[in-house]
Design a protein around this ligand. Structure first.
Ligand code: G3H
Ligand code: ZN
Length: 278
């Protein structure tokens, strides 16, 4: 299969009642592993990469690897820009063949957030690409910024924000956090209130560390996409770390890389199955 357009993958998810996981990649190995995990589970989802992680290569290289990784897939897989931090990144990813985009201007004031997000939406919509935006900020490591102040999404601003930006998906801050060091406390009543105000589907960032029971409850409230980064990165790093601890002279990169792909793929398979279990 080719990479699937962002509108089509959402239609597919709605048609079959799936929630789509979006797994963060950084490099070739993780990209192949994510595609492998989704294919093994026979469930749809996204490979995604953040502006921050694009520093290691570039949108064209990631798009090329992702296209190759999904070519044997019989389940829809999209390629998404995660936490797009500039209009230039958005443009570069659309031009490279990404199938959906996030522009994250959640650190700005409401007016600035709307202005910058809208600019990205107009560009992406011209090419038939849906856009995710964020209202409210998350605690934890979001890109290189450690945001300690909790700033949950205000349901009262949701309708206006969606109207003004013209977005297709809304990322929310409801007690979800980035990374593995903080304890996520998902505010389900708040998510339900946001859902009532939102005419677009919702996205939950910071999926790592949220228990299954909480995910199954949360997904009753308009979620179409759940992001997982740290859980997969830990599997990748663990593979190399354990080998080094066992033998400080370990230098077999190819075998360890193949093992890392297997371990990351298994984690992606486990997570996509878990979120679609109930
Ligand atoms: O955008 C990516 C994520 O929200 C990943 O968060 O590393 O806590 O799973 P996580
Ligand atoms: Zn995120």
């Amino acid at each position: 299969m080719k990479l699937v357009n962002g509108y089509d993958i959402m239609d597919y998810a709605r048609k079959y009642g799936y929630v789509l996981p979006a797994f963060n990649t950084t490099n070739l190995e993780m990209t192949y592993a994510i595609a492998e995990g989704l294919m093994c589970a026979d469930l749809p989802g996204y490979i995604q990469i953040s502006s921050n992680n694009l520093r290691l290569s570039c949108p064209e290289v990631i798009a090329m690897i992702a296209k190759d990784a999904v070519k044997k897939s019989e389940t829809p897989i999209g390629l998404h820009l995660d936490h797009g931090k500039s209009f230039e990144d958005v443009k570069a990813c659309v031009d490279a063949g990404f199938t959906s985009i996030m522009i994250d201007m959640s650190h700005l004031t409401f007016e600035e957030n709307v202005r910058e997000s809208k600019k990205a939406v107009e560009y992406c919509h011209f090419y038939g690409i849906p856009v995710e935006v964020e209202l409210g900020a998350l605690r934890g490591k979001e890109e290189d910024v450690v945001n300690e102040s909790e700033c949950k999404t205000d349901p009262g601003m949701v309708g206006q924000y969606i109207e003004d930006t013209g977005c297709d998906l809304l990322a929310v801050s409801v007690g979800n956090v980035h990374g593995l060091c903080l304890n996520p406390q998902i505010d389900i009543p708040l998510l339900a209130r946001i859902h009532k105000e939102s005419k677009v589907p919702l996205v939950l960032h910071g999926g790592s560390g949220i228990p299954g029971e909480v995910i199954w409850e949360a997904k009753k409230h308009g979620l179409i996409k759940i992001n997982y980064g740290s859980d997969l990165r830990r599997e990748f790093i663990r593979t190399f770390g354990e080998a080094f601890v066992a033998d400080h002279n370990e230098h077999d990169v190819i075998h360890l890389s193949i093992d890392a792909v297997k371990n990351v793929a298994n984690k992606a398979k486990e997570l996509v199955r878990m979120i679609n279990e109930h």
